[in-house]
Design a protein. Sequence first.
Length: 150
Amino acid sequence: MKKTEHLKFMQEAIAQASVSLKEGGIPIGSVLVKDNRIIGRGHNRRLQKDSAILHAEMDCLENAGRLKASDYCKCIIYSTLSPCDMCTGAILLYKIPLIVIGENETFKGPQIYSQKRGTKIINLNIEECKDMMRNFIKTNPKLWNEDIGE
């Protein structure tokens, strides 16, 4: 897939991050793509739903619905931020072969572990994603630390 295609889907993940921010949540968004079509969208809803686990990727996978193992193997998951341990675990469990991230400077999940397990990672290094997270972390450090388990 070309970089322009990845950027198109990442814009959808960024839109989900913006929704979360407008709802008073943490600005991280995700989309799940199969056969060049979005089949799931999600955003971090831990605060909105008083949830322990609704990170963007988890919400996205939930919203995609129950899929067959053979379907997940044909998917790409997009996230505005490098997935954390929990979300990485779900991605590895379902053998999603490619993670496309918006950035990994404000937070870097277990990318090396994912790659050792056979998952490919593409970092688009998007300033908009970095700015969203930097601004949130600066103004909400306690909420951010809670979200990443610190």
